[in-house]
Design a protein around this ligand. Structure first.
Ligand code: ADP
Ligand code: MG
Ligand code: ZN
Length: 418
């Protein structure tokens, strides 16, 4: 074994307390420790964080982590600090004194990891700060945020192309769980990662059972699912609108389910409290818009339910991927109704932006519809969407109860023409 490997292994054992690397973690870490760039496509829960945390601990200087998840920086820094890692963050939630203290530790070489919000990094003062200290590696987490037509686009991510120009000697590692060819290619061009080694993990999540059912009375159907298959389990329920989040959460609570709501329109404190309950207590069901979940690391989520149609397969995969991160059986359940298709088409037609953008949204929706209406294995379809192959899983609804071809397109056209 090379010296890099033994250093990395030692950190894995001593700091994180894990016995072995998972998947390609070791190769990725060696690439970055050796000073090369890396692009990592790995599903949610795959273990992306160690891929930059360990290089940051092995190389001299501070690893700078760009993350869009301001709300979670504090949690991540707390978790690292508890392991004895010297970590800090700089974002807009801090007062000037807190900020100065973190800057001082960075300059004194007393930080292993520094989490930075992308809008901070854009400022001249942050860039000067980084010049005056030693950066060991730049990690660009949730790198798909740079993709302009993606569902998590952050304009601030576009400025990350300057990292290489300004600090050409510092290795960069970009990580994401979104792996379509288009997003993949956009990350490479926008971040200037032409020379990066690519690491593409399997997107298969064999412990997740995918099920898509016809939608008639979705809250009632959801209640049945919880009562019969997931009583007392932690779960996430996704709804399209804030109003239906509120309504569904209230309904579940009325029915004796320990449910909380989460959406961007809520008071920030109430929202944070609900998220904290979901993360820290057992068996809480969070009913949320898709504002909820990026970066959430709760291993024992037993089901993810969609009451409304996701806008894309990427979104569906990411959201369902929050189930069963511990590897134990979990359910991904979606109630699919043609009325949703009509509504989504209307939203697309009325959306801002140019025709090309609307076309892109339409293609994303079509791919999602194809997944809903397939009569073949859902897992195979899902993997195929991400350019990967697989065998029929024997676990999804279409494998377990092969349906006759369901002619949704015709029905949808009928609905659309009325
Ligand atoms: P991602 O960012 O890819 O969604 P995380 O980095 O948050 O995933 O890791 C998911 C979970 O897997 C975490 O609880 C982490 O501690 C655990 N994990 C990661 N790598 C290993 C490993 N080599 N051995 C054991 N657990 C690991
Ligand atoms: Mg992550
Ligand atoms: Zn299947």
């Amino acid at each position: 074994t090379s010296p890099e490997t033994s250093d990395a292994l030692r950190v894995l054992h001593r700091v994180f307390g894990f016995s072995s690397f998972r998947g390609e973690q070791q190769e990725i870490i060696e690439q970055v420790v050796g000073g090369g760039d890396a692009l990592v496509l790995m599903p949610t829960g795959g273990g992306k964080s160690l891929c930059y945390q360990i290089p940051a601990l092995v190389r001299d200087g501070t690893g700078v982590v760009i993350s869009p998840l301001i709300a979670l920086m504090q949690d991540q820094v707390n978790a690292l600090t508890a392991l004895g890692v010297r970590a800090g963050f700089l974002n807009s939630t801090q007062d000037p004194y807190e900020r100065q203290a973190v800057e001082r530790s960075f300059l004194d070489g007393e930080l292993d990891l520094l989490y930075l919000a992308p809008e901070r990094l854009r400022t001249e003062s942050a860039q000067r700060l980084l010049d005056r200290g030693t950066v060991s590696v730049f990690a660009i987490d949730e790198a798909h945020c740079v993709a302009q037509w993606g569902h998590d686009f952050r304009p601030d991510y576009l400025s990350l192309s300057m990292l290489h120009e300004r600090w050409p000697k510092v290795p960069r590692i970009a990580l994401t769980a979104t792996a379509t060819e288009a997003t993949h290619a956009e990350i490479v061009t926008r971040l200037g990662l032409e020379d990066a080694r690519h690491f593409v993990a399997s997107f298969d999540r064999p412990n997740i059972q995918y099920r898509i059912v016809p939608k008639n009375n979705p809250t009632k159907q959801l209640l049945d699912l919880i009562r019969t298959e997931h009583p007392g389990d932690a779960g996430v329920v996704y709804c399209l609108s804030r109003a239906s989040v509120e309504k569904t959460a209230a309904f579940l609570v009325e029915q004796g389910i320990d449910a909380v709501a989460y959406h961007a329109g809520m008071d920030a404190r109430a929202r944070a409290a609900n998220q904290a309950r979901f993360l820290r207590e057992d068996g809480v069901v969070v009913v949320a818009t898709i504002a909820f979940g990026m970066g959430i690391d709760k291993p024992d989520v037993r089901f993810v339910a969609h009451l409304d149609l996701p806008k894309s397969v990427e979104g569906y995969y990411q959201e369902t991927g929050r189930a069963g991160r511990d590897g134990e059986p979990a359910t991904a359940w979606l109630a699919y109704g043609l009325q949703d298709v009509v509504q989504q088409r209307k939203l697309i037609d009325g959306s801002e932006g140019d025709d090309a953008h609307r076309r892109s949204l339409g293609m994303h929706l079509d791919a999602m519809l194809a997944l809903c209406e397939t009569v073949t294995c859902r897992r195979v379809r899902l993997l195929a969407y991400f350019g990967q192959s697989g065998e029929p899983c024997g676990n999804c609804d279409t494998c377990l109860t092969p349906a006759e071809s369901w002619d949704g397109t015709v029905a949808a056209q009928k609905l659309l023409s009325t």
